[in-house]
Design a protein around this ligand. Structure first.
Ligand code: SF4
Ligand code: SF4
Length: 406
């Protein structure tokens, strides 16, 4: 596609990248068919090709306002379009650029700004989030049914093993997962212990920055990244061989730290090293003989696995968790349209609640079709969002394996 970006955009730090991405798109429209928001809304501007065109128009100086912002806001950043695209268009990076510009060109109403600011002040901070979730549980009887359904179950703090091992990894504890499902990281630490690997949790680490990033607060996202790098660095220097991230949404973000801090000379080298060490647990476990876990697969019953977009499209690890579970003897039910997003998508389920609920209803119908005994996933956001609709627990696969290990 030809482009004529305005000179001040073209010469900006990201101008060359935006131009390259736009020019890679040949407007074939293959991506549109796999876009969940296009499937729901049927409007070209709610599909990837239309959004790419809206961003192109904006960067070429054509009028861009509330309508452009609405169509960009409705994007889930699920990246199904990237998986489908035969031309390798880096849609998500272009969307980041487009969203930052539209925030400036079409400022939000004060109420919207306040809502987004509140999300940034609560979600990335585990203590605040946990306190709010507890308050919600106390006020539960007084809340409307829709809000009650969305109140998350607060998980239990479980002990991490203390044994020392020659091999060790860092576990990125995250924010929402640490606040609401701390048992997931504890399960990972116990599973690693059985394999002779120690797990370190740097106390000063925090949110990966994804919440801020999705809300177009990019400098804040970079600050979260710097904080984590500083927290992990001593363990990296001491020989930690990987940084494991059980929440796939955070995994995508940490794997992108090199790119995020590429223009920061004080941090770029360490950010690149951290990105190299970042692994989803399923990648790290691929090199181990897992028989040491002695999994009692019969206790699990049949499982429907929801593969998060951040795992399949963001990290390109489609099918890996399913294969690992099956290799341990677990029975998985078929799930139709597994490539489609469940509607969680970071803060999307809060800011675009209607679309998120429609996507969740489709996803739950697909997951429940095989009458599974358990629903299982790999990302805290998907777990909470699906649980609110399913009315039953959605396990993280690591928690499930820890439960089944003898
Ligand atoms: S993003 Fe890719 S699949 Fe979509 S229209 Fe452009 S080239 Fe085609
Ligand atoms: S990221 Fe997902 S919702 Fe956004 S355009 Fe691509 S496929 Fe559609």
């Amino acid at each position: 596609m030809q482009t004529r970006l305005l000179p001040h955009y073209r010469e900006s730090a990201w101008g060359g990248q935006a131009e390259r991405i736009l020019r890679a798109c040949v407007h074939c429209g293959f991506c549109t068919a796999t876009c969940p928001t296009y499937q729901l809304l049927g409007d070209e501007r709610d599909g990837p090709r239309g959004r790419i065109y809206l961003i192109k128009q904006m960067l070429e100086g054509e009028p861009a306002g509330v309508t452009t912002r609405r169509h960009l806001d409705r994007c889930l950043t699920c990246r199904a379009c990237e998986t489908t695209c035969p031309s390798g268009v880096e849609y998500a990076r272009l969307l980041d650029i487009g969203r930052e510009q539209i925030e400036r060109l079409a400022p939000r109403r004060p109420t919207d700004r306040a809502m987004r600011a509140a999300l940034r002040r609560v979600l990335p901070w585990p203590r605040r989030l946990r306190a709010l979730a507890r308050l919600g549980q106390v006020l539960r009887p007084l809340l409307p049914a829709r809000t009650r359904a969305r109140l998350p179950r607060i998980g239990e703090d479980r002990p991490w093993p203390h044994a020392r091992h020659a091999r060790c990894v860092i576990i990125a504890t995250g924010c929402a997962q640490r606040a609401l499902r701390p048992e997931t990281n504890a399960a990972l630490a116990r599973l690693l212990d059985r394999l002779g690997v120690g797990a370190l949790a740097a106390p000063a680490q925090g949110c990966c920055g994804a919440v801020s990033h999705h809300l177009s607060a990019s400098e804040e996202a970079r600050d979260f990244a710097r904080r984590n790098i500083a927290a992990w660095w001593p363990s990296i220097e001491d020989g930690a061989e990987a940084i494991l991230i059980a929440a796939s949404g955070c995994g995508v973000m940490v794997k992108d730290y090199g790119q995020l801090l590429a223009h920061d000379p004080a941090w770029s080298e360490r950010a690149g090293r951290v990105a190299e060490l970042a692994r989803d647990p399923v990648e790290y476990l691929a090199d181990f003989d897992l028989s040491a876990w002695r999994i009692d697969a019969a206790r699990a019953g049949r499982i429907a696995f929801h593969v998060p977009c951040t795992l399949q499209h963001g990290q390109r690890l489609s099918g890996r968790v399913e294969a690992l579970l099956e290799s341990l003897g677990l029975e998985l039910t078929p799930v139709a349209d597994a490539h489609l997003c469940c509607g969680s998508a970071g803060t999307y389920s809060i800011l675009q609640a209607e679309l998120a609920e429609a996507l969740r209803a489709r996803k739950l119908a697909a997951l429940e079709a095989g009458r599974p005994e358990r629903l299982v996933s790999a990302n805290i956001g998907c777990q909470l969002h699906l649980e609110a609709g399913a009315g039953r627990r959605v396990w993280h696969w690591l928690e499930l394996l820890d439960e089944l290990a003898e």
